[in-house]
Ligand binder design. Structure first.
Ligand SMILES: Cc1cc2nc3c(=O)[nH]c(=O)nc-3n(C[C@H](O)[C@H](O)[C@H](O)COP(=O)(O)OP(=O)(O)OC[C@H]3O[C@@H](n4cnc5c(N)ncnc54)[C@H](O)[C@@H]3O)c2cc1C
Length: 438
């Protein structure tokens, strides 16, 4: 496709909810051509990463080839590249291997990354859950621990079955519920000598409630569901240090563990800091109400990487729905700009929030007024919403089959240990734990 074929060119960095929403809307206009750049050749459905990590879904259920999404739209060109520099003045991006793309409009939709808040050892020793790679790594660590305990049951006395989850937001709560189901119900059927009662799952949060954005009634429900599943809740507590074999909590307790799962917070993708863009809260890029970057012409920043002010002036939450809608709104503004029409301010349509807390337990606040539903109804709503948001028909069907299978058989999905690096553990490598045992 020539750069001088008369069509306006839009360059999009990031094929997540925001970038994909933007590209899909632009693709319907024949007067526009799009270059969609991502460091992965797939779109990953982040809300279901925890289900891959806990062996409920396969990685292929939640990752969809970007080229396949646009196979019928030849005005969208997908490029596999890591963008390392952005020049907003010329609307040019440069990849780490030196290739450049310049657009009549530029959309930055690079998402977020984990924020370890400078906690010593957390980046090196904990397992974040923000990419497909993270999810398969965590799955292998969990399964690796069970394999090793199966061969050497004494490892349980050294804390092998202690799991520490940092952060009581949706990521921490969802992974805690799913891990509890996996450890108490699914794995004992396959590891016959396993005494799952010895497993300990601790969920930490500095705050005084889990799923803080939900109502007080919801906080109680979530706490009850998790406690009933033997998840140990430690509110008002954070993690001060993560070692190879332990987590040191803020009140001083040391928990021996080979699996600290990090759901402690996110910050803007490195592109925001590396490319010299002015950063606001969480390192995110402050945008104007029409999603443009202040002081530039035709540069839009959308999704998790952007600080988009809501109606009350506070930044909108980093949610899939905000990302998708802001990507679509940027596309509308780009098309308006190309047609010489004024741009519109972005207005987020809040359809509610929801979280799954384990088999058969979920919580949903539906609609603008956040009408609250718990239990089976919320579980069904959760399934419907997530299936509808998934990218391909095949992904949806496979996920629905996997969910149905797990619901009725309680056997989970693929217990595949495919990351030997993540599963390998040197049980004598942590001086803190060894000193404790001496
Ligand atoms: C574990 C987890 C659970 C969640 N659960 C929910 C939920 O239940 N409901 C909900 O609404 N939201 C949920 N969210 C939030 C939601 O997933 C995000 O808000 C949404 O994915 C943001 O979309 P995005 O397009 O801005 O960024 P992303 O989806 O992160 O996409 C960014 C894309 O940019 C690419 N990229 C980044 N940097 C570069 C670069 N330098 N060069 C090239 N490509 C690059 C990445 O590869 C990625 O494909 C969850 C998030 C996580 C991590």
């Amino acid at each position: 496709m020539s750069a001088t074929d008369g069509r306006k060119h839009v360059v999009i960095v990031g094929g997540g909810f925001a970038g994909l929403g933007c590209a899909r809307r632009l693709a319907d206009d024949d007067h526009v051509r799009v270059t969609l750049i991502d460091r992965n050749n797939y779109h990953q459905f982040q809300p279901l990463l925890y289900q891959v990590a806990t062996s409920l879904l396969s990685p292929s259920d939640i990752a969809h080839s970007l080229r396949e999404v646009f196979s019928d739209q030849d005005n969208v060109d997908v490029k596999l590249a890591e963008i390392s520099a952005v020049d907003p003045a010329s609307r040019t991006v440069t990849s780490s291997d030196g290739e450049q793309w310049t657009g009549d409009a530029l959309v930055l939709a690079a998402g977020s990354q984990p924020n370890f808040f400078n906690t010593p050892g957390a980046a090196e020793n904990s397992f974040p859950l923000y990419s497909l790679d993270n999810a398969t790594e965590l799955r292998s660590r969990i399964l690796g621990i069970f394999e090793q305990v199966d061969r050497t049951p004494d490892l349980v006395d050294r804390g092998a079955l202690n799991f520490v989850i940092v952060g009581g937001g949706p990521t921490g709560v969802e992974v805690a519920g799913a891990l509890a189901d996996m450890v108490r119900e699914t794995l004992p059927a396959e590891y016959h000598g396993l005494d799952s009662a010895k497993a300990r799952i601790c969920l930490l949060d500095y705050g005084d409630a889990l799923l803080a954005p939900f109502s007080e009634k919801a906080h109680k429900y979530v706490a009850k569901v998790l406690t009933d599943r033997n998840v140990e809740l430690r509110l008002g507590t954070g993690v001060k240090e993560v070692g190879t074999g332990h987590a040191r909590l803020s009140e001083g307790t040391v928990i021996p563990t080979r699996c600290v799962i990090w759901g402690g917070g996110i910050m803007a993708a490195p592109i925001a800091a590396n490319c010299g863009l002015a950063q606001g809260k969480g390192g995110r890029v402050d945008v104007q109400p029409d999603l443009t970057l202040p002081g530039t012409q035709g540069v839009y920043v959308v999704g998790d990487v952007a600080n988009i002010a809501g109606p009350d002036g506070n930044p909108l939450p980093q949610l899939g729905s905000v990302a998708l809608q802001s990507g679509q709104a940027a596309a509308d503004n780009i098309l308006a700009e190309f047609a010489g029409k004024p741009r519109s301010a972005f207005a987020y349509r809040d359809k509610g929030i929801m979280a799954m807390i384990g088999r058969g337990a979920a919580i949903a606040e539906v609609g603008k007024n956040h009408h609250e539903v718990h239990g089976q109804m919320a579980h069904i709503a959760w399934l419907g919403v997530h299936a509808s948001l998934m990218t391909g028909t095949r992904d949806k069907i496979e996920a629905i089959i996997d969910w149905g299978w797990d619901r009725f058989t309680k056997t989970g999905g693929p217990h595949v240990l495919d990351r030997g690096d993540a599963a390998a553990i040197d049980w004598d490598d942590d001086e803190v734990v060894l000193a404790d045992q001496a």
